[in-house]
Ligand binder design. Structure first.
Ligand code: F6R
Length: 590
């Protein structure tokens, strides 16, 4: 995920475009760049947050009434100045900012390099200005050169494009990445999202995939891929700027939960890379995961999956406890470090200690983060920036990577197919939201919760309880369902709600019996089960799931309802779920 903005105004564009791109910093913050047109294309760009780079480069100083800007969340190539957008063609006539992923960029890059084009970055984006240059050189009109370029791109893209020789015209294109148009009396805009332009105008045109727009200061034209004009409606936005930044949601956390179906899809696009990495592993006879917090819970799902599916002995260590166990690690161990931020001090310290002793793999969300420079192999989760402190979509993307890893370790095609069907099913889950709100109202005043599950879903219980603790300040305890009878049953009464995770599968009957024992102690049950489960009728509140999701895949989906539950209890208790007290997004101390 990156953020792009473009404007053509009746005045110098730089101050406005800088203000606008700052509103998209939530979409990416590892580098920023702006291009404007005067008698030439001027580009300023650098690595870092917007204010840091601006204090060195002074963006407002740039001349020109037309410009494009970009904040980057790196996907191809590290977050360096060279990889920052905008990217230009060989002669600096065309400048492009891009949000999305060009899947066939390697082939295009090779073709263009063979034809003599010179590339300055490692990005997928840079093929776009070079393709436009190529088609202009072949004699096409500007718009036709853009059209021919787009037809050669596979993947997702929102683009804003400048041409030195057409200094009053900005072209935008959308395909599977968001792009909107802003219309005003003082000029026109394109942007990845509404907050970027809301200070300038509240009149917006929503684009569909494969639509092209041509903007001048006084005119907006929308076309299809055949360059035929399309009539579009102008919508008036009534959100406040703060709400707009959250995509119309009240908090980043709920916005990020809603992004989860897309995140599953995006992370599945890493399948081929994961397959390549699995092919490069040396021989190992043991796997060890090292992680903290939510990433530790994802690792536990990994342990259950790997041991049950591949028979490889696997264990999970908390990064902060790693020192006490590292002596058993040898060169036959594969160590997998999971961290969304890539900056967690406990995890990085563990990796640094062991990296010369065993083969290491990092599963991480932030490209170019510290851990990516230390591990032998890196798999990127494709969750995009996560702003809310509580991890939600990054957890889901970690799980998708783990399932893919297991599928390739085990050469299990069926599991890969199931993962693709999961990305569709996850959309249905968002339907439970209203019912979860009612449950949240009912239990908001409880002081303690238990979360119980078995096997693959014991980690789901732990993660559900962690979400509750973090953002509601209620004590939540995750437990293996079969273990309550060895002690904690003594605590249970009608004041302690118990969340039972009960998907169909081999563990069902045992878990069901444990939940009956709990019910017999007077506790109120909240049950996560299949749509067609009639055994649970009358046992408590139910949250229903598609019956084809069995216990092996349930961790990927059942957690979404537990994230909603924590979110709505937090709202009921008047807490800001995005900024829980005492917690930070990236924990850089041991
Ligand atoms: C919980 C949460 C934390 C992190 C933990 C590790 O919602 O976000 O428990 O999971 O601090 O962070 P990373 O994954 O960045 O290493």
């Amino acid at each position: 995920m990156c953020g792009i903005v473009g404007c053509v105004l009746d005045k110098k564009v730089a101050p406005t475009i800088l203000k606008s791109i700052k509103k998209l910093e939530y979409r990416g913050y590892d580098s920023i760049g702006i291009a404007t047109v005067t008698d030439t294309i001027n580009v300023k760009k650098g690595q870092g947050k917007i204010d840091e780079v601006d204090s060195k480069l002074d963006f407002e100083d740039m001349g020109g009434n037309i410009g494009i800007a970009h904040v980057r969340w790196a996907t191809h190539g590290n977050p360096t100045k060279e990889n920052s957008h905008p990217h230009c063609d060989c002669n600096n006539n065309i400048s492009v900012v891009h949000n999305g992923i060009i899947e066939n960029y390697k082939d295009l890059r090779k073709e263009l390099m063979d034809e003599g084009h010179q590339f300055k970055s490692e990005t997928d984006t840079e093929v776009i200005p070079h393709l436009i240059e190529k088609y202009l050189d072949e004699g096409l009109e500007y718009l036709e050169a853009v059209q021919t370029t787009i037809k050669r791109l596979n993947g997702s893209y929102a683009l804003a494009i400048l041409n030195k020789d057409m200094p009053d015209t900005l072209i935008g294109v959308r395909n599977e990445s968001p792009l909107i148009v802003g219309v005003s009396d003082n000029g026109n805009y394109v942007a990845s999202d509404v907050p970027a332009i809301l200070n300038e105008t509240n009149k917006v045109i929503y684009l569909k995939d494969k639509e092209i727009i041509r903007l001048t200061k006084d005119n907006v034209e929308v076309m299809n891929l055949d360059l035929e004009p399309i009539e579009k409606e102008v919508t008036k936005i009534t959100w406040s700027p703060d709400r707009a930044e959250k995509g119309g949601y009240d908090h980043f956390m709920i916005k990020e939960i809603y992004e989860e179906p897309q995140v599953i899809k995006d992370t599945l696009s890493e399948a081929e890379k994961i397959k390549d990495i699995v092919g490069k592993f040396k021989k190992f006879n043991r796997i060890c995961f090292v992680a903290c917090g939510t990433s530790y819970h994802a690792s536990l799902v990994g342990e259950y999956l790997i041991e049950s599916q591949t028979g490889i002995p696997t264990e999970v260590m908390l990064a902060s406890e790693f020192d006490y166990f590292q002596n058993t690690i040898d060169e036959d161990t594969l160590i997998i470090f999971i961290t969304q931020s890539g900056e967690t001090a406990d995890t990085i310290k563990a990796l640094k200690k062991i990296k010369n002793k065993a083969e290491t793999l990092a599963i991480v969300n932030v490209v170019g983060s510290t851990i990516t420079r230390e591990a032998d192999h890196v798999i990127y989760t494709r969750a995009g920036p996560e702003i809310s402190v509580a991890a939600t979509k990054t957890y889901i993307s970690q799980l998708v990577c783990i399932y893919l890893l297991v599928a390739y370790l085990n050469e299990d095609e069926e599991l890969i197919e199931k993962l693709y069907s999961i990305s569709k099913l996850s959309e249905q889950l968002l339907d439970n939201e209203e019912h979860i709100q009612e449950i949240a109202k009912k239990y908001k005043d409880a002081n303690n919760f238990f979360y119980v599950g078995r096997g693959f879903n014991y980690p789901t219980a732990l993660e559900g309880a962690l979400k509750l603790k973090e953002i509601t300040y209620i004590h939540g305890e995750g437990y293996p369902a079969g273990e309550l009878k060895h002690g904690p049953l003594a605590l249970l009464d009608e004041n302690i709600p118990v969340v039972g995770i009960l998907p169909p599968g081999p563990s069902y009957n045992k878990t069901f019996n444990n939940l009956e024992e709990i019910k017999a102690r007077g506790a109120n049950l909240i049950l996560l089960c299949a749509n067609d489960d009639t055994q649970v009728d009358g046992m408590g509140d139910t949250l229903r799931f598609n019956p084809i999701i069995d216990e092996e895949l349930a961790p990927l989906l059942y957690i979404i309802d537990l994230q909603f539950l924590a979110y709505y209890i937090s709202i009921e208790r008047g807490i800001d779920p995005d900024k829980p007290k005492n917690l930070a997004k990236s924990v850089t101390v041991e």
